[in-house]
Ligand binder design. Structure first.
Ligand SMILES: *Cc1c(COP(=O)(O)O)cnc(C)c1O
Length: 474
């Protein structure tokens, strides 16, 4: 019998009693008619249900835990578009305050009330903005000198994050890379300078190299560059890609010089959504002074009857992350950030020493300057092992952990490593659970009678393509 209170197609019972739950979900075409929010919610929710718990995702650098107040605050701001500065002037003001705070954490010498910087959706956009600004400054100088400016290049280590490849390809800029080796695990300043010429518009050291967690030595690069610029008459600057380190160094290694205290560091970018402790997507970029941010990068639009000036690749963007960042600054303060970052480091060091002590493994580096590290199989063990780190990745996934195994970049591509990023929300107790799962996984693999598929592939030199794992960019 037809219930007259419902129109056709409405649910008449609990979601799991509806027709929709025994139909395939739409893939190609929008469904003809509506379904109830309860059913739609359940279907969307359940599609993600079998995935890993974000806090067990040790592959990502991006925040997977915020407290309830932050979550509430951000959810309540979910309907605010950042770009509507006229309608939401306090959000724009709050963003300016965040930029000031970040610039000061990086020891900006700028004396203006509002420091030169920009909001971004993540480090990728922030890196692009820093790179573009350096490119434009170089181009303007070349134009003024009557010199050609059609062959720009920048220099970076081969362990660059994928954004720099995008930057090079999309803007038709040449990327010159300094290959890393097992001995030289970070950017070598002299090797970087060998790649420079009059068309080099910046060098990009990384703080928290995505592959390894190590820091390029910015101070050594700055000093070598100072000499080089004096000798050549160039003025090649530094943009620091501090996606990770930008929120670690100021709190844990405040005496280390890597930031605006160095002469040639003119811009720095970071991810607010990594160790800035905010959910994605949020990035920051700052310049040492307004004069390094080309005026041509600020676009003004007459929008909804007001003049909006903005530096950024996106236009509309969420405002909630700004509220989340400002909340974290107020709530944690310098001491609170320091405690959270130190805890991540302590848990990371604990794992580093325990995994490094296993007979099968060795750490890639003895240094842990950021709360992440990678390890590899001991070469002598690897000779006889019947398995690879890709198999261990699978074993850990059975327990819900996402711990990626991947090959190192060009020059080191035969070296397969495994990496963990220790973030807020990953405690010592969880680290112990992970260690247990690693040890029992290794014991099972060690007991194998026959080699695994990935091991056979490695033997035959068939390139190993780890399923859908993209370590580079997380
Ligand atoms: C993560 C990362 C990026 C990209 O950052 P997103 O915030 O994910 O856009 C760039 N550079 C480095 C060194 C990174 O670790």
């Amino acid at each position: 019998m037809l219930d007259q209170n419902f129109r056709q197609g409405d649910a008449k019972s609990t979601p799991f009693g509806t027709n929709a739950m025994v139909q395939p979900a739409p893939v190609d075409k929008i469904p003809d008619g509506p379904t109830t929010p309860e059913v739609a919610y359940q279907m969307v929710k359940d599609e993600c249900f079998a995935q890993t718990q974000p806090r067990l995702n040790l592959a990502t650098f991006v925040t997977t835990y915020m407290d309830e107040w932050a979550t509430k605050l951000m959810n309540e701001a979910i309907n605010i578009n950042y770009i509507d500065e006229t309608e939401y002037p306090r959000v724009a003001y709050m963003c300016g305050k965040c930029i000031n705070i970040v610039a000061n954490l990086w020891n900006t010498p700028e004396t203006n009330k509002w420091k030169a910087g920009a909001l971004a959706i993540g480090s990728s956009e922030a890196c692009m903005l820093g790179g573009i600004a350096a490119w434009i400054r170089w181009r303007e100088r070349r134009k003024a000198q009557g010199k050609p400016y059609d062959k720009p290049n920048f220099v970076i280590s081969s362990a660059y994050q994928i954004v720099w490849q995008k930057f090079a390809e999309l803007w038709e800029i040449e990327m010159r890379t300094v290959p890393l080796t097992l001995e030289k695990t970070t950017l070598d300043p002299q090797e970087a300078l060998k790649l420079c010429d009059e068309n080099t518009f910046c060098i990009v050291p990384i703080q928290g190299v995505t592959y390894t967690g190590l820091n390029d030595d910015v101070e050594a690069l700055n000093d070598a560059l100072d000499e080089y610029n004096a000798k050549t008459g160039y003025d090649i600057p530094i943009h620091v890609d501090a996606a990770t380190g930008g929120f670690i160094l100021p709190f844990l290694f405040p005496e280390k010089k890597w930031d605006f205290r160095l002469k040639w560091v003119l811009s720095i970018s970071t991810s607010g959504h990594k160790f800035g402790l905010v959910y994605p997507g949020l990035g920051w970029v700052c310049w040492k002074d307004k004069k390094y941010l080309p005026g041509s990068m600020a676009f003004s639009a007459d929008y909804l009857g007001a003049e909006v000036t903005q530096v950024g690749l996106n236009y509309s963007r969420p405002a909630a992350q700004i509220l989340g960042q400002y909340y974290q600054f107020i709530h944690l303060g310098f001491e609170g950030y320091k405690n959270v970052q130190q805890n991540s480091m302590d848990v990371c060091n604990y794992l580093h020493s325990n995994i490094g002590a296993m007979p099968q493994f060795q750490n890639y580096s003895p240094d842990v300057p950021n709360p992440l590290f990678c390890w590899l199989m001991k070469p002598e063990y690897q000779k006889t092992a019947k398995w690879t780190l890709y198999d261990l990745q699978d074993k850990l996934a059975q327990h819900g952990w996402m711990v990626p195994a991947y090959a190192m970049p060009a020059n080191l591509q035969d070296v397969v490593v495994m990496r963990v990023v220790c973030k807020q929300g990953f405690s010592r107790d969880m680290a112990d659970q992970l260690l247990n799962d690693i040890k029992s996984g290794v014991a099972e693999l060690d007991a194998l009678e026959y080699p695994t598929t990935t091991r056979i592939a490695m033997e035959k030199n068939i390139p190993l393509k780890p399923k859908s794992f993209n370590h580079n960019g997380r």
